[in-house]
Design a protein around this ligand. Structure first.
Ligand SMILES: [Ca+2]
Length: 106
């Protein structure tokens, strides 16, 4: 199990629809970790699962802002019906998380 990778608007829309159904105790005003970190020189984000650069993104206005040690990617939520989007955030913060389900064919 690993943190989620979101590579398209369709994936973003599906996950957003699900997260909007959760109660406010699950993560509003805090957010969820998703699986990317930024480079040391703050020039780009990379998916942890593959090392690929993050191409599609859904950063909210003003993000990423690279304040202090905000090197990890979170899905920021204000309320169920308002702002949803990505934010770079302090990797030490305790947030909920979204995992990627891995389907393997044999
Ligand atoms: Ca930020």
């Amino acid at each position: 199990m690993e943190l989620a990778t979101i590579k398209s608007q369709a994936e973003e829309d599906t996950l957003t629809a699900y997260l909007r159904t959760l109660s406010s105790t699950v993560g509003y005003a805090a957010g969820f970790w998703i699986g990317a970190i930024n480079s040391i020189d703050n020039t780009g984000f990379y998916w942890l699962s593959t090392g690929e650069p993050v191409v599609y993104n859904a950063f909210i206005t003003g993000q990423p802002d690279f304040l202090g040690s905000e090197h990890c990617l979170s899905w920021y939520i204000v309320t169920a019906n308002t702002t949803f989007g990505w934010n770079n955030y302090n990797c030490d913060a305790e947030l909920n998380y979204v995992c990627q389900s891995l389907v393997r064919c044999v």
